[in-house]
Ligand binder design. Structure first.
Ligand SMILES: *Cc1c(COP(=O)(O)O)cnc(C)c1O
Length: 404
């Protein structure tokens, strides 16, 4: 038996594919919005595992759901269905526009299903020439080859050989450009209803309403990637509900499982019928453990008081960031919605978001970046006032150390 302390960060470089460069510390325990590393040092977690740990770490409702299901049934495959999967699908149809659900294991897989459904629908209903997927620059949709190619950063999809075709990238929030480009050849538009990885960019209501209208005009499907914005993150259960624009297909993951891997594609009965038996699938999709946890998570998150609490906490964060900015003058803008927030660095601090992340880590605070100019915050949706205050004390020290 090896103990945890015998494993160190330097071992990562020996045994792991080097596509990540993790922080020096190795967390070993989490509770609420706190985590502890191997040395017992405590951190306040404003990162939430990149918008995943929506109920914080080891929330009792998740632990109970997992423990209970773990003694009943772990896995079947889709040769058989299971109770947690059907119950979770039912709940997802109750909290959204959706009538049908496909389960996957990640955001990328949910998006892959969404894109394949759109293409299959177009082939079935309109013919093979209706194949163009329009997406937006700086958008992020995952790392499978189809989804990463639809994503708006060529650097992520270059260098892997021939790419999936007929994908167009346009500027987010530029309705005129989209209007000029669209045609009956457009199969679907895929977009985030608030760009996360791209720097916390909200769509204007003119843009998002215009996208819907253009999809209707040209018989194209609207796919909302709500992998990051979904499950209460923006203060509505799904961000589309706050925008008043309903997509045809929606992908969800990250906070859906609160830390247990699961993704889902939501759609209508009319569209769903195009993925008939044998057209798509996943061994683990709809896994009973994952679905039991997600069921407990969305029951908790969809409560009106949890969603109202997100809006309240957004204000705590905005107030905290504004106060620090008054003191240190580092941010040009605080943006985003709910607990998907970004502090965009001003001219003087351009390119230094990672320095803030590292300095915060030294003070015992976890934050994220979105690109090189935005410090991102995606904490637990139920983070306490005390945890937020302690986190801001540490962020204050971190910014102070950078100013010196
Ligand atoms: C994280 C993310 C994904 C990818 O999800 P994975 O679970 O990493 O595959 C896709 N879209 C958006 C908007 C995301 O934020």
């Amino acid at each position: 038996m090896t103990t945890n302390s015998q494993v160190e960060r330097k071992d990562f470089n020996d045994v792991m594919v080097p596509c990540y460069n993790p922080m020096e510390i190795i967390p070993v325990k989490g509770e609420g919005a706190r985590i502890w590393d191997q040395a017992g040092k405590e951190y306040i977690d404003f990162a939430g595992g990149i918008a995943v740990s929506c109920l914080g770490h080891c929330h009792p409702v998740m632990v109970n759901a997992l423990q209970e299901q773990s003694q009943k049934l772990w896995h079947l495959s889709n040769v058989m269905t299971n109770e947690p999967a059907i119950r979770l699908a039912r709940k997802l149809t109750e909290v959204s526009f959706a009538e049908k659900v496909f389960f996957a294991n990640s955001g990328a897989e949910a998006n892959e299903a969404a894109l394949k459904l759109a293409r299959r629908w177009a082939v079935d209903v309109h013919g093979a020439e209706k194949s163009e997927i329009i997406a937006f620059k700086q958008g992020f949709h995952g790392r499978t080859f189809f989804t990463v190619t639809v994503g708006g950063q060529a650097a992520y999809s270059d260098g892997f050989g021939p790419k999936p075709g007929d994908i167009t990238h346009l500027e987010y929030n530029n309705l005129a450009e989209l209007e000029a480009h669209m045609s009956e050849k457009t199969c679907a538009i895929m977009m985030e209803p608030l760009q996360g990885e791209g720097g916390l960019i909200s769509p204007t209501s003119e843009f998002v309403e215009g996208v819907r209208a253009l999809c209707d005009k040209y018989n194209a499907l609207l796919i909302f990637d709500e992998v990051q914005t979904g499950n209460g993150r923006t203060g509505d259960f799904y961000a589309y509900q706050g925008l008043g624009v309903t997509p045809d297909i929606l992908s969800t993951a990250k906070s859906l499982g609160g830390g247990f891997p699961i993704g889902a594609m939501l759609t209508t009965t009319e569209l769903a019928q195009h993925l008939k038996v044998g057209t798509h699938g996943s061994t683990y999709g709809g896994n009973p453990l994952a679905c039991a946890v997600a069921e407990a998570v969305i029951e908790e998150v969809s409560k009106p008081e949890t969603l109202a609490g997100v809006k309240e906490r957004e204000q705590w964060f905005r107030d905290g960031l504004e106060a620090l900015n008054a003191k240190y003058d580092m941010f040009a803008e605080i943006r985003g919605k709910g607990l998907l927030l970004g502090a965009a660095l001003n001219e003087e601090w351009q390119g230094r978001a990672r320095d803030v992340l590292v300095a915060a880590g030294e003070q015992g605070l976890m934050v994220l970046v979105a690109g090189v100019n935005v410090v991102r915050f995606t904490p637990s949706l139920v983070i306490t006032k005390e945890e937020v205050e302690l986190g801001f004390e540490r962020l204050d020290k971190a910014l102070s150390s950078l100013k010196k």
